[in-house]
Write a protein that binds this ligand. Structure first.
Ligand SMILES: Cc1ncc(COP(=O)(O)O)c(C=O)c1O
Length: 418
């Protein structure tokens, strides 16, 4: 609907849409529907009692600090905690390299604000995190997409897109959203070397890295960048900006994430953040620090791994049991999602409607492709979340979904998935 306001909206709002997932969530929240759509953590694992204790303690002992304006960079002990935490994965950063943000979604927005002029190209995986596309679209980003497979971005296809002069690349190396795939060790090395050769900075988005259910942790790109290229040991000349969050390990309602970058980049982003929100909630940061400290977060992550690992196994087993052989899916070693591929000729939008009639929901693949450009490819895929439902709901949901899949399959004469 056009109003007096519409003609006054800025140019940059033109292509902006609401997130396909946020819209979907409204439909799929109906209680009779088993939803695999949202990327929601399981509420049963939220450490509510520990939060309650921390809130009381903070209000009793530090209210003058917690309820006051704070530093734009974030609460210093929390920044130090993040620096200590990532040091385990070989990321050598000091508190001065860490900026606390309102979730890593804000980090993506600030990266767009920092780096994108209208028309600048961003190199990314296809499919990729749709929230990143939403954040970068506003700044007028254009995209160069590189296909991925079970081992992540196909680095053998990277050179030509890199030669096209993208401003930076955006990569999700661990348990990718939506694919559930992980960039292999070999491809990590290749990617970092190519990025250095062509002078393309990397944004490494890693919300799920700690949620691994099998296999060994793989080296972050930010570490390989320093090691492979023998950069000085500090963070000063890094080619990689690293993002992560407390959303999947503590609670997404906190809205707490972080950016790790060379100190001068942090200073510039701080200026941009001041324009956005002055600083991330002081109260939330101090409470999160109190909750996470003394080894609690590590123990809690072990619990999450156990619960989600089991749910992933239940979903994989149910898919094998109920789904027809023409449909394939990824085998995530961690994270929250897996990615289903339908045979050619099937359309995940139609399947979505049929699935709703069976009282089950997922996210159709289209919005995970830049500007919905690759719609044919998007139509053949959908994302399933396995962290939110209880195991018996997951089995029942996959059974319901298989009814819709088989009915659709009979209406087309597809060639096998591949
Ligand atoms: C890849 C990726 N990046 C960023 C985010 C945003 O997370 P946050 O809750 O920290 O804003 C998500 C959330 O699902 C995500 O999957």
């Amino acid at each position: 609907m056009s109003t007096a306001w519409t003609s006054r909206y800025a140019q940059r709002t033109k292509g902006v849409k609401s997130s396909a997932i946020r819209e979907l969530l409204k439909i799929t929240q109906r209680p009779e529907i088993i939803s695999f759509a949202g990327g929601l953590p399981a509420p049963e694992v939220f450490p509510a009692v520990r939060f309650q204790e921390a809130c009381l303690k903070v209000l009793e002992q530090s209210s003058s600090l917690a309820l006051q304006y704070g530093a734009s960079e974030g609460y210093e002990p929390l920044r130090e905690m993040v620096a200590r935490h990532i040091a385990r994965y070989g990321i050598k950063a000091k508190a001065g390299n860490v900026l606390i943000t309102a979730g890593s979604q804000q980090a993506l927005d600030l990266i767009g604000k920092l780096l994108i002029n209208p028309g600048d190209r961003v190199l990314l995986e296809a499919p990729t995190y749709l929230g990143a596309l939403q954040a970068l679209d506003v700044y007028g980003a254009e995209y160069v997409s590189v296909p991925s497979d079970e081992d992540g971005m196909r680095t053998e296809l990277l050179e030509e897109p890199m030669r096209s002069g993208p401003k930076f690349m955006y990569v999700l190396p661990n348990f990718q959203n939506p694919g559930g795939t992980t960039l292999s060790e070999g491809r990590r090395h290749e990617l970092v070397l190519l990025a250095d050769r062509y002078g393309i900075p990397i944004i490494e988005d890693d919300p799920y890295g700690q949620l691994r259910y099998e296999g060994e942790h793989l080296t972050p790109l930010v570490v390989l960048d320093r090691e492979n290229l023998r950069r000085d040991s500090g963070y000063s000349r890094g080619n990689v900006i690293y993002l992560s969050t407390f959303s999947k390990t503590l609670a997404p309602g906190l809205r707490l994430g972080w950016i790790v970058a060379p100190a001068e980049v942090i200073s510039k982003i701080v200026q941009l953040k001041q324009g956005a929100d002055l600083h991330t909630s002081t109260f939330t940061q101090i409470v999160a620090y109190e909750v996470a400290k003394d080894g609690f977060l590590d123990e809690h992550v072990k619990l999450i791994r156990r619960v989600y690992g089991e749910r992933r196994d239940v979903m994989l087993a149910a898919l094998s049991e109920y789904f027809p052989g023409e449909v394939t899916w990824t085998h995530p070693k961690g994270g929250l999602f897996l990615w289903v591929t339908l045979p050619r000729g099937m359309d995940c939008q139609k399947l979505f409607q049929a699935a709703l009639e069976e009282k089950v929901a997922f996210v159709p693949g289209g919005p995970f492709y830049a500007r919905n450009g690759d719609t044919e490819e998007g139509c053949r895929h959908f994302r399933l979340n396995f962290s939110y439902g209880q195991p018996d709901q997951i089995r029942e949901g996959i059974r319901r979904l298989s009814v819709a899949v088989k009915a659709q399959l009979q209406q087309v004469s597809p060639t096998p998935a591949g």
